[in-house]
Design a protein around this ligand. Structure first.
Ligand SMILES: Cc1cc2nc3c(=O)[nH]c(=O)nc-3n(C[C@H](O)[C@H](O)[C@H](O)COP(=O)(O)O)c2cc1C
Length: 185
C-alpha cells in the first residue's frame, strides 16, 4: 500500500498547523488507494542541523538524524501543511528538509498552505527545495486564507469547496507516489 505522510510544518506552541493537518487527514483517511499518517515535526526532536558531514553523503551521526531518516524513508509521498513566516518557509520545516537527503529522493509532494495569501510564497520556495532533493512537487495546491478559512483566527472553519481542493492534491500525490515507486525499484 502506498504510504503518504501529512507533515505538520510548524512547531510553535499555539500553532494552527496541527489542526489543519488533522482536517487533511480526515479527508485523506476516506481514500482507499493510500495510507495516510500525520508526521508532526514538533515530535521529532530535531535541533538546528548539527551533522558534520553534508546529508547528501548519507553518513548520519546523530541518533535524531537516524530516527528522522527512518521516518522520511518509510513514506512514498508527502503532503506538507505549512504557513509562511515572513514570506518564507518556516525555519523548522526547512531544517527538517535539510537534515536528510537520499530518503526524500524520487518521491512526490503536495502542499496545503494557510495564511494571508494561503502561504503561496512559501510554497513556491518549497517547490524549489523539493526539486533539489529530487522530490516531485505536484501542481495542485490548497491555499487556505486567513481570514476566509479562519473567520475568527485561530479558529479554523474551512470553506466548503476546500475539501475538493484537498482531494485534487491527494489525487496527484497518490498518482505520482505510485509512479515514482517504480523509479526507486
Ligand atoms: C513568525 C511569523 C511570521 C509570519 N509571517 C507571515 C507572513 O509572512 N505571511 C502570512 O500570511 N502570515 C504570516 N504569519 C501569520 C501566520 O500565517 C499565522 O500565524 C499562522 O497561524 C502560522 O502558522 P502556525 O499557527 O502553524 O504557526 C506569521 C506568523 C508568524 C508566527
Amino acid at each position: 500500500m502506498t504510504k503518504i505522510a501529512i507533515i505538520v510544518g510548524t512547531t510553535r506552541p499555539g500553532r494552527v498547523g496541527h489542526r489543519v493537518a488533522e482536517w487533511v487527514h480526515g479527508i485523506a483517511g476516506k481514500r482507499p488507494e493510500a495510507e495516510y499518517e500525520i508526521v508532526d515535526l514538533a515530535d521529532q526532536g530535531l535541533p538546528l542541523l548539527d551533522e558534520a558531514v553534508p546529508p547528501a553523503a548519507g553518513q548520519y551521526a546523530g541518533d535524531h538524524t537516524k530516527r528522522w531518516a527512518d521516518v522520511v524513508r518509510a513514506f512514498d509521498g508527502y503532503v506538507v501543511v505549512t504557513p509562511e513566516y515572513n514570506h518564507g518557509i518556516p525555519a523548522a520545516l526547512k531544517n527538517a528538509f535539510d537534515f536528510v537527503h537520499a530518503e526524500w529522493n524520487d518521491k512526490a509532494v503536495g502542499f496545503v498552505g494557510y495564511g494571508a495569501v494561503g502561504a503561496a510564497r512559501a510554497v513556491e520556495q518549497l517547490k524549489q527545495v523539493a526539486v533539489e532533493l529530487s522530490i516531485a512537487p505536484v501542481s495542485a495546491q490548497v491555499t487556505l486564507l486567513i481570514p476566509g478559512d479562519f473567520p475568527a483566527y485561530p479558529d479554523f472553519a474551512p470553506q466548503e469547496f476546500r475539501e475538493a481542493e484537498v482531494e485534487r492534491v491527494l489525487d496527484q500525490v497518490e498518482a505520482w507516489s505510485k509512479a515514482l515507486a517504480t523509479v526507486r525499484s
